[in-house]
Design a protein around this ligand. Sequence first.
Ligand code: GSH
Length: 167
Amino acid sequence: MKLFYSPTSPYVRKVMACAIARGIDGQLDLVTTNPHASPPELLACNPLSKVPCLVANDGVALFDSRVICEFLDTVGFVTPLFLQGGARIGALRMQAIGDGICDAAVLRRMEQGKPREDARAVQIERHRAAVERALNLLDAEPARAAPRHWLHRGRLRAGLPRFPLRR
Ligand SMILES: N[C@@H](CCC(=O)N[C@@H](CS)C(=O)NCC(=O)O)C(=O)O
């Protein structure tokens, strides 16, 4: 399996955390990619020009990270990580929180890279506040995830950006 990969992408790191937890990371051929440069090899697999993008052994290209993680959960013989039944909604909710933090943090970082203007400062603060609120929610919630739930607190945080989230 080929994974279009960027070490700085929190979504890629989520996929890697899933693969490592399942013991199948060795099956991934990592192709370091800058999605912002829209390289033709990536566009041929993902018209959205985003990473992660996984090309399965049958040649099918999968995106985004949620789809890839669910697919990886079907590879190999390890007990599935994703919950089924009633607990699934809670698990998906936690994933949505984690993805939302990544979305806000990535958007904020991109705004910070632009020339400084008041309008941008408002956006930067708005994204920071969203991350702060979501982290507060995680801090406030009891650790009620099942032991095998890979999106539990530690792994959820493993997928988050490395830069300081609360500043
Ligand atoms: N919802 C997507 C988000 C993926 C995403 O936005 N990846 C960023 C890297 S962190 C990207 O490829 N951006 C390139 C672009 O937006 O042009 C997922 O979960 O995979």
